[in-house]
Design a protein around this ligand. Sequence first.
Ligand SMILES: C[S@@+](CC[C@H](N)C(=O)[O-])C[C@H]1O[C@@H](n2cnc3c(N)ncnc32)[C@H](O)[C@@H]1O
Length: 370
Amino acid sequence: MLSKFKFFVSCLPNLETVLLTEIKRLGIDAKISDCGGIELTGTILELYLLNIWLRTANRILVRLLSFYTTKLKTINDKVIAYPWDIYLHKTDKIIIKTTCKKSKIYHSDALAHVVVSAIEKRLRRKLLLIKPHERDNSTQTLYIRVFKNRCTISIDSSGKHLHERGYHTQKVKAPLRETIAAAMIYLSNWNPKEILWDPFCGSGTILIEAALIALNIAPGINRKFAFMDWKNFDINLFNSIKKIGKPLNPNPKIFGTDLSLKAIQCAIKNAQQATVKQFITLSQKDFFKTPPIASKGFIITNPPYGKRLKKENAINFYKKIKTKIDSELLDWNISLICPKKFKNIFIPKFDARITIDNGGISVIFLNKKA
Ligand SMILES: C[S@@+](CC[C@H](N)C(=O)[O-])C[C@H]1O[C@@H](n2cnc3c(N)ncnc32)[C@H](O)[C@@H]1O
């Protein structure tokens, strides 16, 4: 019988519902937490499953300690009593992230100092407290939260952010985060038996995520996780769940076009790196000057926005997209993200789904059925 742990799965604000559906699809029960993200109780096997298989999660924390206190001395005593060697036996470098809110303990730096020296006493060796950008392959990260006098200490099981799947070796100027691309695909209700086309494909993130979904390949299949350096890491259990599942479509039809030849070359390399190149057809095309690649299917896309299009140009650009949709793409299901301020160009014909922050720009997911 495997022991149970409490997990917190974080995601971009407003993706919680998509993430919850993904978790439930893995056969794991969970609920949306007050802190934004998903809370659940599960085994170490489920921790591996969540890390390897979730496409829209940022990272997964394991709750280690949780207790009420108003004194740093209590935190010191509880931390010294914890068997830290399980998690830190391969590293002397740790990152500590602290938040104190609505509590008698309010000084984050003092809190971090108490926790680090208590762990050092327990381990009988020195630790190096480093900044996130200084992390190496074996760094472990602790999250300490004091809220309404409850102190919760968690360890990050993921390591690098989960959107870092390892295939994005070539980048264009504004690549979409893999987690956002996956969320767009889920929210579009794309059936992997139907054609998918991204006419502003850039480095190919939406196309690659779609291929991974259709082929049922785990997004984390080729990457390292922080839990692999823990003493309780069970490599046989881990390998048993890395296997590829039954494809939803073994031969998906996925197309990417872009005005920029450099972007197409970049998408080809990334698709090769993700081992899905054979399922994706890529070509250089101007969306406005070429006919649709088929008579119907799903367009899922992230047109340019932000600093690269001046405001006036951007409005006209999005109006041109809308005109093309209304005149030539009536039989296509369309999903796109655009800056929230342009949503009225598409509404009411499009449904507004959710709003997220994408690199400091508030963007909205819009969907239209054929
Ligand atoms: C925001 S980027 C897409 C990023 C992409 N989702 C990724 O993950 O890399 C927008 C893309 O639209 C392309 N683009 C701009 N004008 C275009 C046009 N008229 N036709 C086709 N592509 C165009 C740009 O070259 C750029 O690669």
